[in-house]
Design a protein around this ligand. Structure first.
Ligand code: SF4
Ligand code: SF4
Length: 178
């Protein structure tokens, strides 16, 4: 078993390493997001986005969002709650078939957790012209396996991969109860 604080440190290091790896080896072949004419389309496309995270990643996102003003945090968790309702996101069944517009995208800023707690799927994702330029799936799978093992060491058999808004909603409700 591992205390959550230690697991969050390990998770942060794992994500930083993966982000650096993708940046150095793949990102230069992708379209530049800063000059993208449809910035955010990738995160807000409710027919496409199905990013899943673990409870530990939700805790890391909560920590990142905790640096924002209370008002801002309320608005973001509010968007997560709305997404769960609007897209009828569930914790059971084929959760990967559920899609939604991501509540962590902020117009004018981009991904609110880009530097500290971006999901592995989002680190891997970018717009590439040639399929052969994409990072092979097994890199992401390996990172996600390591995330899953960390998650299990903290929370044992707790639910693991769920749609991002579902976990944000759950973790926010838990905080409210405390
Ligand atoms: S990932 Fe693609 S759609 Fe999203 S901002 Fe970057 S270039 Fe634009
Ligand atoms: S977590 Fe960030 S990069 Fe991933 S879908 Fe949401 S806003 Fe986009």
């Amino acid at each position: 078993m591992l205390p959550e604080t230690k697991a969050l440190d390990a998770l942060g290091e794992l994500k930083r390493d993966y982000q650096d790896f993708i940046k150095i080896n793949y990102e230069h072949r992708a379209q530049n997001c800063e000059t993208c004419p449809v910035q955010g389309a990738c995160c807000l496309d409710a027919h496409f986005v199905n990013v899943h995270i673990t409870r530990l990643e939700a805790a890391a996102i909560r920590k990142t969002l905790g640096k924002l003003s209370a008002e801002k945090q309320k608005a973001i968790y509010g968007r997560a709650e709305e997404a769960v309702e609007k897209y009828d996101l569930k914790t059971t069944g084929d959760t990967f078939a559920q899609t939604y517009a991501c509540p962590l995208f902020e117009t004018g800023i981009g991904c609110l957790v880009h530097s500290e707690s971006k999901p592995a799927a989002c680190i891997s994702h970018a717009c590439y012209e040639n399929e052969s330029d994409l990072p092979p799936d097994f890199f992401q799978k390996e990172v996600e396996n390591r995330i899953e093992r960390l998650n299990e060491r903290v929370y044992r058999n707790a639910l693991t991969w769920l749609p991002l808004p579902v976990w944000l909603n759950l973790i926010n409700s838990t905080a409210k109860e405390i």
